[in-house]
Write a protein that binds this ligand. Structure first.
Ligand code: AP5
Length: 215
């Protein structure tokens, strides 16, 4: 099964993708994570993307589409893909069709996480992750059970993203409204879009997604 999780920054795409990976052994393909890894490694892709990401704008379609193709080629043919943060423009949506066709895959579901934009700034600015295993936490909504220690790996170092500040978040939301939300009708016309209330508690969002996948 191949699915897209679509929604604005902070809607919960990464949170739900991690849960799908744990439950179903699917693979999360997050272009944001891939770009951050490239920035950290100082690759040519990372050097091109760094400043764009820090401004909260979108990096070039060609660059992210190449990353997605490479990741799909590196995973097993039977492993389902969760596209998290991709596609984000009409051009990327078109390219994804070609990428999937060329690999004998098809899109089964596009799950739209609908959210109240005002809540997103709080969600994003309170977010942090374990520096060792990447497990996500939040100052208010999901703290480690033992303060200062990761629930998953026991790590004690945590980090925050440089683009998770209120000003950049507003640019990211504007980019979503202008370039990403308009791709929904492409998938609605194919009858594969399901809407989930991303403002519900995390476990309820997970349950709603599971119901869609079983249908
Ligand atoms: P990317 O990494 O994709 O970031 P994003 O889309 O802005 O999404 P986020 O990771 O911020 O949010 P999320 O929906 O995953 O939320 P999360 O689950 O963490 O992209 C970063 C940048 O890379 C872009 O700005 C762009 O420059 C570049 N880029 C990436 N892909 C690109 C592409 N395809 N094309 C061009 N450029 C690209 O949740 C947020 C917080 O809320 C967490 O703390 C979580 O604990 C909490 N939370 C989650 N769900 C709930 C809930 N139901 N209730 C309460 N709290 C919740």
């Amino acid at each position: 099964m191949n699915i897209i999780l679509l929604g604005p920054p902070g809607a919960g795409k990464g949170t739900q993708a991690q849960r799908l990976v744990e439950r179903h052994g699917m693979r999360q393909l997050s272009t944001g994570d891939m770009l951050r890894a490239a920035v950290k490694a100082g690759t040519p892709t990372g050097l091109e993307a760094k400043a764009v990401m820090e401004r909260g704008e979108l990096v070039s379609d060609a660059l992210v589409s190449a990353l997605i193709g490479d990741e799909l080629d590196a995973m097993g043919e039977q492993t389902g893909a969760i596209f998290d943060g991709y596609p984000r423009t009409a051009a990327q949506a078109e390219t994804l069709d070609g990428i999937l066709n060329a690999r004998g895959r098809k899109l089964d579901h596009v799950i739209e996480l609908s959210v109240d934009e005002e809540a997103l700034v709080e969600r994003i600015t309170g977010r942090f992750t374990c520096a060792s295993c990447g497990k996500g936490y939040h100052d208010t909504f999901e703290q480690p059970k033992v303060p200062g220690t990761c629930d998953k790996c026991g790590g004690t170092e945590f980090k925050r993203r440089p683009d998770d500040n209120a000003e950049t978040v507003r640019t990211r939301l504007a980019e979503y409204r202008a370039k990403t939300a308009p791709i929904l009708p492409i998938y609605e016309a194919r009858g594969i879009v399901s809407k989930v209330d991303g403002m519900s508690p995390m476990d309820e969002v997970t349950a709603a997604i599971e119901t869609i996948l079983k249908a």
